[in-house]
Design a protein around this ligand. Structure first.
Ligand code: FCB
Length: 461
């Protein structure tokens, strides 16, 4: 374990004084209260209720009960000392029927939440879509249907009209790759479809909905900063063989360039258009211009790297496991240099105005000790080494403005249910008791040192 003195420790000097330290969350994973406040059904309620879809039959019906306990959780955020909290809005709370009537109670809930955060000195970073589509919209075709983009635009107007005066940072979409491929291509996430053409249509409409949301937010909240969050993976070939390099380029095209290229260059990558051939999305005139509408920041979610080699039988690239590496409870390789490489590459190839790390963190099988405490040295070491990697990327000129740990509270981890714990705070799900882990104390001290260190630097400047 790294004791905070070796090469992987983050250095104070690496981060600018206004760097934002935060923690992230998502509505369905923490809120619960699914039948309260006039909320409609979401695709995740339906998916969880479908036998065999989510481990152990778990669902977000109660989750962390953040819907009722958010004041206590904001007190925890204050104790942690974070500058910002990333939350998402549950679309089914705002437009329960998908189109038409806006549910005032739903808006009231987020209105209060935003005020409570601001009163606690914590800035809200608000994600508009973190995967909880109203089920009625899925019944009418879901994201593969172009009409869903119009429904999203109406929802965004309602939210921006209400919160636009106080929310300084907006994230239109969270991880369109996951929403489209796990949801529509491979059936691992809600709504559980398994069709490549649906996945590609969904991805196009998610990107299009992002462009529409940017336009709406620009006029409703002109002083706020607007971005989109992508799950990006640094991809490495397992050898110097040409075939492995080609495999890595393909995986990069599939995960990264398919989203980065349209957003920053206004085109889909040629090699991937060729690869998807007949199943490619229907792109109408003006779509790519809309997707390319300038943004203020790119949100980057990153947890690991991809190490790949070509399939000798000509199939899709294969993942390579490194026996000497550490893997988290998700079986994701711990590889902090990947985050550095990714940030520098994104800066070089796409030149975003700024970048926020909107998610980074690790799941480990935490348990409470006899004294009731939760020791999680692996998580602390993971965070330390990844924050240090971000620091090196900042020094190399990547315009990173902030970092959000995934996540504040152990929560509903999608298809894995409550089995995977990513939190800085342990949640005892039967009682909903919150127990800050050791990593919570580490992050609190780290943030506090950043502040006092910066204050001293400024005083001597
Ligand atoms: C990301 C999701 C987030 C969380 C983490 C572990 O893909 O955006 O909701 O589940 O993974």
């Amino acid at each position: 374990m790294n004791e905070g003195t070796d090469m992987s420790s983050p250095e104070l000097s690496q981060f600018p004084p206004d760097f934002v330290w935060g923690a992230a969350s998502a509505s369905y994973q923490v809120e619960g209260g699914v039948d309260e406040g006039g909320r409609g059904e979401s695709i995740w309620d339906r998916f969880c209720a479908t036998p065999g879809k989510v481990r152990n039959g778990d669902s977000g019906a109660i989750a962390c009960d953040f819907f009722h306990r958010h004041r206590d959780d904001i007190a925890l955020m204050k104790e942690l000392g974070i500058d910002a909290f990333r939350l998402s809005i549950a679309w089914p709370r705002i437009v329960p029927q998908g189109r038409g009537e806006v549910n005032r109670e739903g808006l009231d809930f987020y209105d209060r939440l935003v005020d409570e955060l601001l009163n606690a000195g914590v800035r809200p970073f608000v994600t508009l879509y973190h995967w909880d589509l109203p089920q009625v919209l899925e019944d009418r075709g879901g994201w593969p249907a172009r009409e869903t983009v119009d429904a999203f635009a109406e929802y965004v107007e309602a939210v921006a009209g209400r919160l636009g005066d106080r929310v300084g940072h907006w994230i239109t979409q969270n991880e369109p790759w996951v929403a489209s491929w796990l949801g529509y291509g491979w059936g691992k996430h809600a709504p559980g479809r398994t069709n490549e053409a649906d996945a590609l249509a969904a991805a196009h409409h998610l990107l299009l909905s992002h462009g529409r949301a940017v336009e709406i937010l620009r006029s409703a909240a002109p002083t706020s900063e607007i971005g989109i969050t992508l799950d990006l993976h640094p991809v490495y070939p397992a050898s110097e063989e040409n075939a492995d390099a080609a495999a890595a380029a393909h995986v990069d095209g599939f995960h990264n360039r398919w989203y980065l290229d349209p957003i920053f260059r206004g085109s889909y990558p040629e090699d991937m258009l060729e690869y998807f051939a007949a199943n490619g999305p229907r792109v109408l005139d003006g779509d790519l211009e809309l997707i390319q509408t300038p943004i203020d920041f790119l949100g980057v979610n990153n947890y690991s790297r991809r190490l790949v080699r070509a399939d000798p039988n000509g199939g899709d690239p294969m993942n390579v496991r490194k026996p000497e590496s550490q893997y988290t409870d998700m079986d994701w390789e711990v590889y902090p240099d990947g985050l550095h490489d990714l940030l520098v590459r994104v800066r070089d190839d796409y030149g975003p105005r700024s970048i926020y790390i909107t998610e980074n963190g690790a799941a480990f099988p935490d348990v409470r000790g006899h004294d009731g405490s939760v020791r999680d040295p692996e998580r602390r070491s993971y965070l330390e080494s990844h924050i240090a990697a971000v620091g090196r990327a900042v020094e190399a000129g990547a315009p990173v403005k902030g970092y959000f740990v995934w996540t504040l509270l152990d929560n509903f981890e999608w298809g894995w249910g409550y089995w995977k714990r990513f939190g800085l705070v342990y949640v005892d799900f039967p009682t909903l008791e919150r127990i800050p882990k050791e990593s919570f104390s580490w992050y609190r001290e780290f943030i506090s040192k950043q502040r006092t260190g910066k204050a001293t630097e400024l005083a001597h400047a």
